[in-house]
Design a protein around this ligand. Structure first.
Ligand SMILES: [Zn+2]
Length: 135
């Protein structure tokens, strides 16, 4: 990883496992300008998880698509962007335990999981999501 300011090499000065999100957090320091910044290493879900739209139509999992569907449902909130980001991570964590077979998840399971998480978080967001995705 190179420095975002001067493109020189960096060293890792601190590192921690994030058990809840299955990620590794690292503090890095530039060897030249001494800038300190954080990186997060996580699984590229698109490379390991497929979504069954129908039993025969499979698509790579898209975190962006999930985020947008949640963000659209939270738009009425002043903190929609941050809320959608946190909720997306929460849903992804829940989805790792409900794959029908390793690497495969049903589209309906994703929708039901998002709806359940939204219902606990914000009733209006859940209603919007249901109207758009559950009919
Ligand atoms: Zn630098």
């Amino acid at each position: 990883m190179v420095c975002p300011h001067c493109s020189n090499p960096t060293d890792v000065v601190n590192s921690r496992k994030q058990r809840r999100t299955n990620a590794i957090w690292r503090r890095r320091r530039c060897t030249s300008c001494q800038t300190v910044f954080t990186t997060l290493e996580g699984i590229d879900l698109q490379s390991v998880l497929r979504v069954a739209q129908t039993p025969t139509a499979l698509q790579p999992f898209s975190r962006d698509r999930l985020f947008i569907s949640i963000y659209e449902s939270c738009k009425h909130r002043p903190t929609a962007l941050m809320d959608a980001s946190n909720l997306t991570q929460q849903v992804i964590t829940l989805l790792t335990g409900v794959q029908t077979q390793p690497g495969l998840i049903d589209r309906v399971t994703i929708i039901q999981t998002v709806h359940r998480v939204l219902k606990r978080f914000d009733k209006a967001a859940a209603t919007y999501y249901a109207a758009y995705h559950l009919l």
